[in-house]
Structures are given as C-alpha cells and as structure tokens.
Design a protein around this ligand. Sequence first.
Ligand SMILES: Nc1nc2c(c(=O)[nH]1)N[C@H]1C(S)=C(S)[C@@H](COP(=O)(O)O)O[C@H]1N2
Ligand SMILES: [Mo]
Length: 328
Amino acid sequence: MHKIKSSEITPEHLYATRRNFIKNSIWAFGAAASAAALAACGASGQAQPAATPAASESASTPAAEASYASGVAELQKELTPLESIANYNNYYEFSTDKEAVAGLATNFKTSPWKVEVGGLVNKPMTLDIDDLRTKFTQEERIYRLRCVEGWSMVVPWTGFPLAQLLKQVEPKANAKFVSFISLNDPGQMPGQNDIFSGFQWPYAEALRLDEAMNDLTLLVTGLYGKALPNQNGAPLRLAVPWKYGFKSAKAIVKIELTEEQPKTFWTIANPAEYGFYANVNPDVPHPRWTQSSERRIGETSRRRTLLFNGYADQVAALYKDLDLKANP
Ligand SMILES: Nc1nc2c(c(=O)[nH]1)N[C@H]1C(S)=C(S)[C@@H](COP(=O)(O)O)O[C@H]1N2
Ligand SMILES: [Mo]
C-alpha cells in the first residue's frame, strides 16, 4: 500500500496555495483521499508518526487537520453560486436591504487602501493592501458561513491566516483581544448617513487573541479565485467560520490589540440579543428565534445547525473553560 509521508499531512500541505479554483477542487478531493488512506494505514498497523502542527498557537492536531480536509471535500459539492454570494449581503454601511448592497457598493473605492495594525504590539505597522496580497501566501479555503439570522452559504474564500500577520507585529504579553475596525466613510457609504438607525460607526468586531491566532481565522482578499467583490467586504475582510457572520468584519482599516475586552458593534447595538462570543451553537437560541436549524441559500428544506458550525474539532478546545450558554 502507498505510504503517506508525514509531510503530506501537515497543514501546509492541506492548505496548499492554489491560484486556480479548478485546481483547488482537485486538491480538496486529494486531501480527503489522503485522510481516508491514513485511517486505513492506521487500521492495518502501518500508521505513520504523527505530523507536527506548524502553528503551535493553533488548536489543530493532525486528526483535526485531516477532519478539516475531508470537511472541505464535502463542502466542495455544496458551494453556493457566486451570484448568490455576491447578491445577498449584510453590509449595513450601505443598506439593510441585502439585495440592494451590491448595487450601492459598485463604485466603492478599494484602492489606495491602508491597514493599520497596532495597540499592544512590539512592532506596530501600517500595511498597504498590495503588501497584504503579495507578502502573504494566498490560500483558498472553502468555509461554511452561518448568519445569526438563520441562513447559511458555502463560500470559497481566498486569503491568509490572520496569525501570520499577528506574528509579524509581535503581540505583547498583556494583549488579550484583537479588534477589527471597518471603514468610516459616510461619503461613500449611504447607510452611515441614516441618523435614525442608532448604529454606532465605524463597524467594529473583536476576537479573543487565541481565537484570532487559530489557523481557521482567515484574512480574506478574494472569492471564487478572483478579487473580492465590494459587497463582500473588499479589499480586506475577515472569515471566522465557527462564529456567526457578524463577527467577520468587512472593509477592515485597523486591527488593534488590547488587554480589555472591547465593545463591539453588535454588543453596543443590542447587548440582549448579540453576545461577544457569537459561536454558532444550535443549543443557544437567539431571544427571538431558534438556532437549531438553518436555511442554506438555494435550498428549500432546512438543515440542522452544527455546533461551532461544524468546526468543533478545530476550535472546541478554545472553550473548554467557558460556559457557552452563559457566554453567547
Ligand atoms: N463592516 C461590516 N462587516 C460586516 C457586516 C456589516 O454590516 N458591516 N455584516 C456582517 C454580517 S451580519 C454577515 S452575515 C457577513 C455577511 O458577509 P457576506 O455579505 O460576504 O455574505 O458580514 C458581516 N460583516
Ligand atoms: Mo449576519
């Protein structure tokens, strides 16, 4: 039987760079096949030594990586069409009407664009969006996206792990949280002029530092192998696939590390309905609706919602000391 080198099951291999989406599909199936072959090897007593996870900050283990890879292969078959991903958007800076966002964002200016990374770090820096695209190896990752409203999609993002950027700025020992601040530009964003909305701009969401360092947390620069559409958060947005979509801020201009848990857009807007953690959890209902099922865009019947949106293998360890019901 074909022997699998441990190097073939390292995260670098599973997350191999793929410019071309077609190639990526082949890769996703290949990774799943390796995972299956690995299990078979184990059963026949030919198990290989465990691979060392590259990122020590990540909760990932080789088993979790393999499970993630086979999950990606599953999702490959369920991809939401680009037309749907790009025309059904929550982006309140433009509009609360999901179908109006794409049109209103058509002329949004995404260049020049700078991203400031600062706060409790040894090496604060301001990066140009082009540096983020060229100095960090871009990967394609197929993630589920679950909105707190009860709908979901499967999205092929392009981007790179936020951890790579955070390592460069060197978080100080007392840094515990990371905030992501979106653009404030009422001249370009009509929703920010609605004085009756009560929203506090700019949009800002945050993660615990260990959540931000998890390998699943992706800084996104593209979609379906092309540039990120404006309505999906160009030129830079986050994707945190185990949390409700609102944690994944769009049009990020600033990343700030703090010791205190920051106030966030949704905890300010409605603290009774939106918690800081916002982990996808079928057993913690929203005060006004159940979260036990969801409507996949493009499907008629509802699907069961999965704990941590199906990413428990990768992230459950982050919450071993947290009461998920008391910390929605
Ligand atoms: N700046 C900003 N980021 C945002 C939002 C927003 O209104 N403004 N909406 C959030 C919500 S509620 C969701 S579900 C996702 C939607 O991302 P998508 O339009 O790419 O599907 O973006 C999130 N990021
Ligand atoms: Mo959302």
